[in-house]
Design a protein around this ligand. Structure first.
Ligand SMILES: [Fe+2]
Length: 483
């Protein structure tokens, strides 16, 4: 275990109010650990070979001003499985901002809840926030890319050592910034992404080809600045979003970050051929909403189906203290929802797949991104002040069946992407892997479940020597991709 020499305990930010996203299951950890020979309860399947990696915020220094959960420095926690053995490792993502703060031994940036004008530098759009690469991870061409929700530099990591290789430039072809949730087509080796910002062009859409270079890039016209978080791909198209949740520009001029939701505007979904030009995009209208995450999308004949976790009421009323507003804006409240875009008529149909369950952080068999999938593996979101994932849910698109697993009282998990077993023949022929953290014990473990039988509970639990704070997105890298 190696403690970083300049790490300082971060319990409070400087607002004077205890911030739940710095306490308990969210409290940052200050050691970078490498651990093997771990205690296993049950048996790690020998045909589970690869790495489970999860990103998330882990504030290294006490924050200047108020802390927002999105502000923390990116830290990746990883479990490497090989022939029934498991190794754990966690490392910060060494971004430019991380290195700048390390050199000073203190926080140099203020976060999204403060005036950011005096911060050292920001992203390509002039948002003067710290690009922490804390949001998602995606495997591409031998490296794992750590990405940031407001669009920043994708940081390339070694999937086993977690060493930061550096900002990924795609063979010096990347201009501007890169979104948090690019989509990889496993069949073509392409990576689809966008870049957005507060000034025109509000949205740029691009494709990194199998060559590793940006091979396609177009500027798309939007009515104004938007906050898209995700996109979808299908065999021949990409689907981009224009949703009526915006940054309040009056507030921005006063140096504040504030969101508004305009119920009078539709949601719009732009269907564009994968390498289409701006004039090729076709917009489909639907009821107003916000969407963080797409489950998957695919084509059948002239129709595109897109499943998402949809937020019907994205902006709670703005009452209360800055801390209570932050908590209410952050709280996930989403439902499984399906859109169908008819490419012949231009019509949209939409409706709930599950109107009851608050569910988010969806994942699928990543080899089928953009092609029809039967199963979605989501987390269930607990009724609580903060975001707590109290269980996993498997949705079956064909039968409508739902399988559930709950982590148990005071135990919370992470996004659990599908991990195919060696030689897998189907999209539930494998496992789900997740970190589980116990709120009362302050301990963490890894759980491995059968993707075909979640309700049976974990096949194995691997006890960790350190706590894994709750965080953001995860990915699975197969052993054959590591070679
Ligand atoms: Fe996300």
């Amino acid at each position: 275990m190696r403690e970083l020499p300049t790490a300082v305990a971060t319990v409070m930010d400087r607002s004077g109010e205890p911030n739940p996203y710095l306490l308990g299951v969210y409290a940052p950890v200050h050691e970078e650990v490498t651990a093997e020979d771990l205690t296993v309860i049950g048996e790690i399947p020998r045909d589970l070979n690869g790495v489970y990696l999860r990103n998330g915020p882990n504030a290294r220094y006490p924050m200047r001003g108020r802390y927002h959960w999105f502000d923390g420095d990116g830290m990746v926690h990883a479990m490497h499985f090989e022939n029934g053995r498991a190794r754990y490792r966690n490392r910060y993502v060494r971004t430019r901002a991380f290195e700048a703060e390390s050199a000073e031994g203190r926080s140099l940036w203020t976060g999204v809840m403060e005036d950011t004008k005096d911060n050292p530098f920001g992203n390509g759009h002039g948002l003067n926030l710290k690009d922490s690469a804390n949001t998602d991870l995606i495997f591409h061409r031998g490296k794992v890319l750590a990405t940031w929700y407001l669009c920043g530099s994708p940081y390339a990591l070694d999937p086993l050592s977690l060493e930061t290789i550096g900002a990924e430039t795609f063979l010096d072809t990347l201009t501007g910034d890169f979104m948090a949730h690019p989509k990889a087509d496993a069949r073509t080796g392409e990576l689809f992404w966008f870049d957005y910002g507060p000034r025109p062009p509000y949205l740029r859409y691009g494709v990194v080809g199998a060559s590793g270079a940006v091979e396609h890039l177009v500027e798309l016209d939007l009515p104004g600045a938007r906050l898209p978080h995700d996109l979808a791909i299908t065999e021949n198209h990409a689907v981009l979003m224009d949703l009526p949740l915006f940054q309040d520009l009056d507030a921005a001029r006063q140096g504040r970050y504030k969101l508004t939701f305009d119920r009078g505007l539709p949601s719009r979904f732009g269907v564009i051929p994968r390498r289409g030009l701006a004039g090729d995009i076709r917009w489909f209208e639907a009821k107003p909403c916000y969407i963080y995450h797409v489950v998957n999308a695919w084509e059948s004949g002239d129709e595109i189906t897109m499943d998402v976790c949809r937020v019907a009421r994205p902006a709670p009323n703005g009452a209360g203290t800055p801390l209570s507003r932050m908590l209410s804006y952050l709280k996930l409240d989403a439902r499984m929802y399906r859109y169908r875009f008819d490419l012949r008529t231009g019509r949209t149909s939409e409706g709930y797949l599950d109107e009851e369950q608050n569910t988010e952080f969806p994942s699928i068999d990543a080899r089928l991104t953009g092609y029809a999938t039967r199963y979605a593996y989501n987390v269930s979101v607990k009724e609580a002040e903060t975001n707590l994932f109290d269980g996993l849910i498997r949705y079956d698109n064909v039968t409508g069946e739902r399988q559930r697993y709950r982590f148990g009282e005071h135990r919370y998990g992470s996004e659990a992407p599908f991990a195919p077993r060696d030689g897998a023949t189907g999209e539930d022929d494998g496992y789900l892997v997740t970190f589980v953290t116990d709120e009362r014990e302050g301990t963490s473990e890894v759980q491995i479940l059968s993707a075909a039988d979640l309700a049976a509970g974990p096949l194995a639990r691997v006890l960790l020597p350190t706590r894994v704070p709750l965080g953001f997105h995860a990915t699975w890298v197969r052993a054959d991709q590591l070679r």
